[in-house]
Design a protein around this ligand. Structure first.
Ligand code: FMN
Length: 214
């Protein structure tokens, strides 16, 4: 390879993380870090990588946008026929990754995905820009399409079909709530001695916190 990737590296020196700096509640901690990512004007601060696994144990991942977070978990929306949705239907174990590396931070969430109730899907879908609603109808997400033109023609047809009135939620579109049982907060450290803290949900509902080796 002409690019010398082996020599590309930098030091992580922006911040330090210690137990006494962490909130006992991982969702409070997450919100604080999310606010930092937004304030730092990171591109797509709410983008998270979703990893799922197919029936053969083959993992796959992609970025989606976080659309809600509460003590119940992390919510995203997608096409229910998509690869990710099909994989989550077969195996709801999921891993989320927030790649906030410009802040020398990562958050990794281990959990179980469940479908968001229809009323909540409707509420979110109707809040989306009209073009996004039409695109949800036009795209058979994850399936082959012959050309970009074919996709644009489908979009034009859908636009014509829903010219008047509200655009209904497609039956093949919905959301997932990821209920976590483990959440890791990672802060880059000097000499690759990063700070890592893993929150683990206990049987009684409280969260334990352990420092992990980098
Ligand atoms: C920043 C960013 C945000 C995205 N947000 C979403 C999203 O919220 N939902 C979604 O279905 N796809 C989203 N996508 C597209 C996905 O990355 C992906 O192409 C699509 O969901 C199909 O994935 P799959 O075939 O693995 O199921 C986003 C892509 C990027 C780069």
């Amino acid at each position: 390879m002409s690019v010398n990737v082996a020599d590309i590296r930098r030091s992580y020196v922006k911040d330090k993380l210690d137990l006494d700096k962490l909130n006992a509640d991982p969702f409070v901690q997450f919100e604080a870090w999310l606010k930092d990512a937004i304030a730092a004007e990171l591109p797509d601060p709410t983008a998270m990588c979703v990893a799922s696994v197919d029936a053969d144990g083959q993992p796959s991942q992609r970025l989606v946008l976080l659309k809600d977070v509460s003590s119940n978990g992390f919510v995203f929306y997608t096409n229910l026929g998509s690869r990710k949705a099909q994989e989550l239907a077969g195996n709801p174990k999921v891993c989320l990754h927030f790649p906030w590396h410009p802040l020398e931070r990562q958050v990794i969430v281990y959990g179980i995905a469940e479908r968001v109730p229809t009323s909540q899907v409707l509420h979110y879908f109707t809040s989306r820009p009209k073009e996004s609603q039409l695109a949800a109808w036009a795209s058979e997400q994850s399936r082959p399409v012959s050309t970009r033109l074919a996709l644009m023609q489908k979009f034009a047809e859908i636009k014509h079909k829903f010219e008047h009135g509200e655009i209904p939620v497609p039956s093949f579109w919905g959301g997932f709530l990821v209920k976590p049982h483990k959440i890791e907060f990672w802060q880059g450290g000097e000499h690759r001695l990063h700070d890592r803290f893993m929150y683990s949900k206990q049987a009684d509902g409280h969260w334990s916190i352990e420092r992990l080796c980098p």
